[in-house]
Design a protein around this ligand. Sequence first.
Ligand code: ITT
Length: 198
Amino acid sequence: MAIECQRRDLVVATNNQHKLQEIQSILGPRWRILGAQDVASGLSWDETGTSFLENARIKITALRGHFKGCILADDSGLCVDALQGAPGVVSSSYGGVEGDHSRNVARLLADLRGVPESLRGAHFYCLILFSNEKGEEKVFEGKCNGRILESPRGHGGFGYDPVFAPDGYSISMAEMAASDKNAISHRGLAMNAFKEAF
Ligand code: ITT
């Protein structure tokens, strides 16, 4: 499918401000990134899908009734080997409260208490679903391998960044400069594939 989009406005179907900032910084000034609240104040959706793709489609569908142009949805999460891929698609509510990053991290560390470093492998995964004004879709993916630390480190990024050390690094993602995170992150890789498609 040849992707066509006449405008440089891109609405991202997210209510996560950190994601919006990362996406704006990865795509650069050629694009004006708007969030869900910019086109449909108060809009929310239930992420009831059993896969990243299903959840991304739920986000696009929720926004499509409010915006006819190009929409992009990011569904992402952390998959931990020792937890058989959990929290995965429920990463944002793992600690019991949707979007509460501190609770999510606390539950993850509790689940992994006593698990040695060699068994703390994990990866971040990001699926980007793009829908143009004709409703044509394309998927982009990115993955970042690493391991879960014993305790939180750093204040950058969001979500599980303070407890995730990417492969080849001794620091957490929350200790990295934003540009360094974007160069290796699941979202950075997926968004760069998206960028190349235009
Ligand atoms: P939207 O649904 O509004 O986009 P969300 O934060 O709920 O925002 P997801 O449903 O995609 O987004 O859930 C992703 C969760 O995975 C997110 O809340 C974090 O807990 C975690 N996550 C995703 N990308 C991350 C990153 O780059 N660094 C740290 N944690 C991340």
